[in-house]
Design a protein around this ligand. Structure first.
Ligand SMILES: Cc1cc2nc3c(=O)[nH]c(=O)nc-3n(C[C@H](O)[C@H](O)[C@H](O)COP(=O)(O)O)c2cc1C
Length: 210
């Protein structure tokens, strides 16, 4: 399946990283779009190089190389490229995940006032009645942010907060992140083995070994 993955400037770039790894490992073709702020957070949280990278393109290319596997499974899309295929309902793509989703992008999507490719793809998913999952990471949340979540839900999107469960006895940060990513893939109808399902044994996959 062709799936769009937007990575925005909320903390939790690892959610985007693990989403990219899981989707590509499962054989899906991912259109990856990182916002300008998303690249800053990746630079800070994943690359350990602080939130003011010299080059947006370099950060995004390294992120795609680190987590997109195999080669060729990822199309890196510029956040300004609203002329790319995913920007049109006629592209046929019907699944998009924004992980993590900043409250700023949340507001843009909720109000249909986008100005980058991530906002546009989310708008397309809602109008075409495709699957849109947004994964906000913020706490506490204001009434404005709560209303934006309601608006996206009313429009048919799924708001899936980056709120890991602990009942699967996580042993690592990756386990915590994979719990949330796995819930997002469940909503998108994508098979995975990112966490042990309650009452069922965990099925090991190649992704576990990475
Ligand atoms: C290191 C860092 C961490 C941030 N963490 C969050 C966060 O957890 N949630 C959030 O909504 N915004 C967070 N922000 C602020 C967003 O990056 C900012 O609102 C930005 O305009 C979002 O733009 P985007 O939605 O286009 O990515 C953070 C920014 C930085 C630099």
């Amino acid at each position: 399946m062709r799936i769009f993955l937007g990575v925005t400037g909320a903390s939790g770039a690892l959610y985007g990283a693990r989403s990219l790894a899981a989707l590509t490992a499962a054989g899906h073709h991912v259109g990856l779009c990182v916002s300008d702020a998303g690249a800053r957070v990746i630079s800070h949280e994943i690359l350990g190089e602080g939130p003011r990278p010299a080059s947006y393109a370099d950060v995004v290319a390294r992120f795609a190389d680190m987590f997109g596997n195999p080669e060729g499974a990822v199309d890196v899309l510029d956040a300004d490229d609203i002329a790319c295929s995913f920007a049109s309902g006629s592209s046929g793509a019907r699944a998009a995940l924004v992980a993590p989703c900043s409250t700023s992008t949340l507001g843009r999507i909720a109000h249909g006032t986008g100005d980058n490719l991530i906002h546009r793809v989310a708008e397309v998913m809602l109008k075409e009645r495709g699957r849109l999952v947004v994964m906000p990471r913020e706490t506490p949340v204001s009434l404005i942010q709560l209303r934006n979540m309601v608006a996206i839900t009313e429009a048919g999107g799924v708001v899936l907060p980056a709120a890991p469960g602990f009942y699967a006895m996580p042993q690592s940060i990756d386990d915590l992140v994979d719990f949330v990513v796995g819930k997002a893939l469940d909503v998108l109808g994508i098979e995975h083995a990112l966490f042990a399902r309650w009452g069922q044994p965990h099925v090991a996959t190649a992704e576990d070994a990475r």
